[in-house]
Ligand binder design. Structure first.
Ligand SMILES: *Cc1c(COP(=O)(O)O)cnc(C)c1O
Length: 384
């Protein structure tokens, strides 16, 4: 293999420090105003952020909470399902999707995903429905919507709730066959998201939110996230202490202003990767669903052999190109979930993806020279 030149500038998988430096004054002002006001819990910025995010997402109710995992927990709590009710979700996702259901004494029922989009296979969802099914959780993995039209139809047909785990696809849109479009997270009964710092809309700590178009459900979720109280010291439900800090809300108000530009920057990187990598045999670029926009939380390529993926990963590392693997182990193979009784081989696509996926750097500040270098490294590896 030929020796590659050094990268034009050190390449980071994610460069939050640089992103924040660009908007330092706005962030500083938000912090100063929050300190001056000293309303650290449920301060005005929390409501203002919820309003602004709600209108960005086409006018949905937004209920902020402490993190994306709590958002999933709160969503399921609000459905008031009987103990042991089944919750259908994809085998290829971050563990939090499953954890929320398991913690509430519900039964996670896993189904396989599609090899092209990595999103839940709707035919498998339909096959998994039983009289005990209480909810379906669709995950819009890596920034692209699952098949919301088909999922909505299945959920409606069987009278089960559709929850959208939208931690990775904030701002993505889905076009229905009617021609109508909707933002990811606003289609199902409830949407959830995370403001974990590395997410497309990230805070400077933990944060999360729920979306719903139903004002009564928004009120219930708001109560559940605040000790189940309907008014101060009056507790209508058993709830959680799961609030978004005022400081995080103030910082997120600033970050939200810059989200559309950051998303466009991610999409531009993806388009260059697509064009340069599409013709490499044995390497599959991320599949697109024509009905969904893609906000590229991750740009994830797939190799057919795990050994090859790990070898490529090491090669890129030697070139100074950091990569990540989301996710090595499908959730059914995690020791904590052995009690569900799933066997190796039961979700072949999720398992194959665990061995073959590789996420390339795609943050909004990746320069064209850095993109070219990453592409050159990949072409060199594949002898192109
Ligand atoms: C990040 C993430 C979560 C959890 O969010 P936290 O804020 O870290 O609790 C849940 N689901 C998916 C798909 C995620 O990517």
């Amino acid at each position: 293999m030929s020796i590659l030149p050094a990268p034009p500038a050190p390449i980071h998988f994610l460069d939050l420090r640089a992103e924040h430096t660009l908007i330092q004054e706005e962030l500083d002002a938000a912090v100063r105003a929050t300190l001056a006001e000293a309303a650290f819990i449920q301060g005005p910025a929390v409501g203002q952020f919820a309003e602004e995010l709600g209108s960005y997402l086409g006018g949905t109710h937004v209920v902020p909470c402490a993190n994306g995992t709590d958002a999933l927990t709160l969503a399921l709590m609000s459905l008031q399902l009987p103990p042991g009710a089944e919750v259908i979700l994809p085998a290829f996702t971050y563990v939090a999707t499953l954890e929320a259901a398991a913690l509430l004494g519900l039964r996670p029922v896993l189904v396989d995903v599609r090899p092209d989009t990595f999103n839940i296979e709707v035919a498998a969802v339909e096959a998994a429905i039983t009289p005990r099914t209480g909810a379906i959780i669709a995950v819009h993995l890596f920034g692209q919507c699952a098949d919301l039209e088909a999922l909505l139809a299945v959920a409606a047909q069987h009278s089960v709730a559709l929850i959208e785990d939208n931690a990775q696809a904030i701002g993505a849109t889905f076009q229905f066959s009617s021609g109508e479009t909707a933002f990811a997270g606003t289609v199902g009964e409830i949407g959830t998201t995370s403001f974990f710092p590395s997410k497309n809309l990230g805070a400077m700590g933990d944060g999360g939110a729920l979306f719903t178009r139903d004002p009564a459900r928004a009120t219930l979720l708001r109560q559940l996230a605040n000790h189940g109280q309907s008014q101060k010291y009056h507790h209508q439900h058993i709830g959680l202490n799961s609030r978004l800090d005022t400081l995080q809300a103030a910082l997120l108000r600033v970050k939200l202003q810059h989200l559309p530009a950051a998303t466009a920057a991610r999409q531009a990187v993806a388009a260059r990767y697509d064009a340069a990598l599409a013709s490499i045999p044995n390497l599959f670029i991320p599949g697109r669903d024509a009905r969904s926009s893609h906000v590229f939380h991750q740009y994830t390529v797939t190799l057919t052999e795990a050994d090859q993926r790990d070898e490529l990963r090491h090669f890129l590392q030697r070139c100074g190109v950091p990569t990540m693997v989301y996710y090595y182990l499908p959730v059914h193979a995690q020791p904590a979930y052995a009690y569900l009784g799933y066997q190796a081989g039961q979700f072949p696509v999720a398992e194959q993806l665990g061995g073959g996926v590789l996420s390339l750097p795609i943050h909004p500040l990746l320069t064209v020279a850095q993109q070219d270098y990453i592409i050159e490294c990949l072409c060199t590896y594949f002898g192109r």
